[in-house]
Design a binder for this molecule. Structure first.
Ligand code: ATP
Length: 298
């Protein structure tokens, strides 16, 4: 790392610079030594374009997600972050009118190739949503549901449930009430339950779409700590509006923006810059990234 993140200032003067210093300081705590490029990419997007009907929502995105790294996707509202995220496990297949062009590979295999089963893709690449969405079932059955419906070979379901809840840092809080409804848990606990449910089917990638958006700061902090622990075993991609969060947890950050079409005025999302998070928040290469992270737009 050539810069010391918590002392670098993008440009002297103005509140934006204070903001950048805070982000850089937040990141310095989470920092670890990273290679310049994502190591052993687990997922790669090549010339990804996404359309909703005739609307071109995302233009030509190329991105790699490195093994056991946390990648944050940030950018102003409507720039296509969630759209790109949903393409990574074919969740956009479920959106009427959505069309994907380009290629997305998972361990070098095109997940959009003919004959690929999207449900199988989603067992390898799990997803956690903005709003915790436990099933109307017991805590135990929420975890056991995925392994049961996918026919996963499980030696002991009790062990798998415990292991998944432990991995999601929830076991100690729920071990005495596994048969109670998941709806009795707090929002933060429900979100950790959803993470445990995702882990139970043994994916190696976890996609998170603003996982803390509906949580208070304490619950948010628990999820962020959990993400850092899960990074040991999983590759994580997180969409967040919260730049502090991106700075705190991610290894690399992809900054997106939206460009209006001159004729129609429709705003198409595009990737502006993808880099180590320390670089994005201390010395971005693109003026648009600098303007965004320093609060000058968006
Ligand atoms: N199901 C859909 N049908 C039609 N248009 C959609 C659909 N989902 C998203 N869009 C449009 O695609 C563009 C990108 O949306 P997307 O939700 O991916 O952006 P985002 O960056 O995640 O936004 P936000 O930060 O507000 O969640 C927006 O113009 C949005 O209105």
């Amino acid at each position: 790392m050539s810069q010391t993140p918590n002392t670098f200032t993008i440009r002297p003067g103005g509140d934006g610079d204070k903001h950048v210093e805070t982000l850089a300081a937040a990141h310095s705590e989470a920092e670890r030594v990273l290679p310049d490029l994502p190591p052993a990419p687990v997922i790669e997007a090549f010339n990804l374009n996404v359309f909703y009907g005739n609307f071109h929502a995302v233009h030509d995105v190329n991105l790699s997600f490195g093994k056991n790294e946390i990648t944050a996707m940030i950018g102003p509202s409507g720039c296509g972050k969630s759209t790109v995220l949903r393409c990574l496990n074919r969740m956009n297949d479920l959106v009427p009118g959505a069309r994907v062009e380009g290629e997305i590979t998972y361990h070098d295999q095109n997940i959009y190739a003919k004959g690929v089963d999207p449900i199988a893709v989603r067992t390898h690449i799990g997803m956690v949503f903005q709003k915790p969405n436990p099933f109307p079932k017991s805590i135990y059955d929420n975890i056991a549901y995925g392994p049961r419906v996918t026919g996963m070979k499980v030696d002991s379901m009790d062990d798998l449930v415990e292991q998944s809840l432990r991995s999601a840092a929830l076991w100690d809080e729920v071990k005495d009430k596994l048969k109670q409804s998941a709806y009795g848990l707090s929002g933060g606990q429900q979100q950790r339950l959803c993470i445990a449910r995702t882990i139970a089917t043994k994916p190696d990638v976890i996609l998170m779409d603003e996982p803390c958006a509906s949580l208070d700061p304490i619950a948010t902090s628990k999820i962020e700590d959990l993400m850092l622990e899960l990074r040991e075993d999983f590759t994580i991609v997180v969409v967040t509006h919260n730049m502090q969060q991106a700075a705190r947890v991610s290894d690399r950050t992809a900054f997106f923006t939206a460009r209006p079409d001159e004729t129609t005025g429709n705003r198409t999302g595009l990737l502006v810059e993808f880099n180590k998070t320390s670089t994005i928040f201390t010395k971005p290469n693109d003026q648009r990234t600098e303007d965004y992270i320093s609060g000058r737009f968006g």
